[in-house]
Ligand binder design. Structure first.
Ligand code: SAM
Ligand code: ASE
Length: 349
């Protein structure tokens, strides 16, 4: 296709227009459990066997599996024994990223994208028109309290936490290794959520102590589903980072926190962090950084639209984070781009 002139054939426009067909094919395959079923069977299966196992229609399943072959998520083998029946198995990419229990699984990100993001994005046009998030339209909940809306039920909270958790399967190590954090012994992960990044920190810096600071109900859920007694070096602190005093620490991690909030709320939080931070201590921001001229990366540009439909914040450029950090009192601002979704900024007091 790439050899055709765009003036003659608008391949890219067609791809953009129909991009959601691909997303939905991926969502449905994960929701139905296609990749986990093929993994468990340990041999290639026909569409009829998959349909029988999943309790789905034969014809619908055949089309879904065929589309997954087109997406290179499945491989089709022609069985010689059995009159040329097509048998399907996971590609390595699907096995690694789409099965529920793989260490690099994105399964939960995909489920959240399907059940929540897709519904919010249905109102992107309204979000742009109004300049605000769409929780009310999409889910009928007030967005006055942002995380009250995001956590509108226990099920929704767990699903959000699983989304937060799963991306660190892919990007976590890069983010905690972007700087040498070994001088910082007492670390608070503000809005630390499921604790996935705290865990990455401990693996990279076995000598440190990480405390996950989050809202009480999030801490409860994290204890129940994500962090066990065996996770030595990890503890919890229940609190509201806007309302409650912050504990003293060497390093505060704010991963995907500031992008939820306006400049003024972000500055309020960073100022509080600066006041409690030990001298020589610091703050690590983990965010998807936009280029200075806003020319990319595309992921950060799209995530900024997602922040519009779902939060009160935006994705920012390095200079915008630097201005907030400076205004809060921090100095020695350093940036490391990872080449993956999330980058790191370290500033010290
Ligand atoms: N840092 C985690 C990560 O990157 O995976 C989670 C980021 S998530 C977008 C934002 C986190 O901030 C959630 O865990 C949420 O519960 C927490 N949070 C929101 N408002 C808070 C508040 N007022 N006090 C403490 N935590 C809060
Ligand atoms: C937030 C991060 C996310 C708040 C809501 C969110 C993500 C999805 N919804 O702080 C993760 C990043 N992914 C996207 C599409 O923005």
């Amino acid at each position: 296709m790439s050899s055709l002139d765009e003036a003659e054939y608008p391949q890219r426009i067609l791809d953009y227009m129909e991009g959601f067909l691909i997303s939905k094919t991926l969502f449905a395959s994960c929701e139905l459990g296609v990749f986990d079923f093929l993994l468990a069977s340990q041999r290639p299966l026909s569409a009829a066997e998959v349909a029988e196992g999943l309790g789905t229609s034969r014809d619908g399943t055949e089309r879904l599996l065929s589309a997954c072959v087109g997406l290179q998520l499945l491989t089709a083998h022609r069985s010689h024994a059995d009159g040329g029946t097509v048998l399907y198995s996971n590609t390595e990419m699907a096995r690694m990223y789409l099965t529920k229990c793989s260490p690099r699984s994105l399964y939960h990100s995909i489920l959240y994208s399907s059940s929540t993001l897709y519904l919010c994005w249905n109102y992107l046009t309204d979000a742009v028109r109004e300049g605000r998030n769409q929780h009310e339209r999409a889910f009928g909940v007030s967005s006055g309290d942002l995380f009250g809306a995001v956590y509108r039920s226990d099920e929704e909270m767990l699903s959000f936490m699983q989304l937060m958790n799963s991306i660190w399967n892919i990007c976590g190590e890069d983010v905690v290794m972007a700087f040498d954090l070994s001088p910082f012994k007492t670390i608070y992960d503000l809005g630390g959520c499921s604790g996935a990044l705290a865990r990455r920190c401990l693996t990279a810096y076995p000598g440190c102590c990480v405390t996950i600071f989050d809202l009480p109900k999030v801490v409860r859920m994290s204890r129940e589903h994500f962090i066990s007694q065996e996770d030595e070096g990890i503890s919890f602190f229940e609190g509201d980072f806007f309302r409650d005093p912050l504990p003293e620490a060497d390093l505060y991690i704010l991963a995907r926190i500031l992008h939820d909030w306006t400049d003024s709320r972000s500055l309020e939080l960073l100022t509080k962090v600066y006041q409690r931070c030990k001298t020589g201590g610091g703050v690590l921001l983990v965010e998807a950084l936009l280029h200075e001229d806003n020319s990319g990366p595309l992921t950060a540009q799209l995530y900024s639209l997602n922040m519009l439909v779902q939060t009160e914040g935006r994705e920012r450029k390095t200079s915008e984070y630097a201005a907030l950090l400076t205004a809060a009192g921090f100095a020695h601002i350093q940036v490391r781009r990872t080449g993956k979704i999330y980058d790191a900024i370290l500033a010290t007091k």
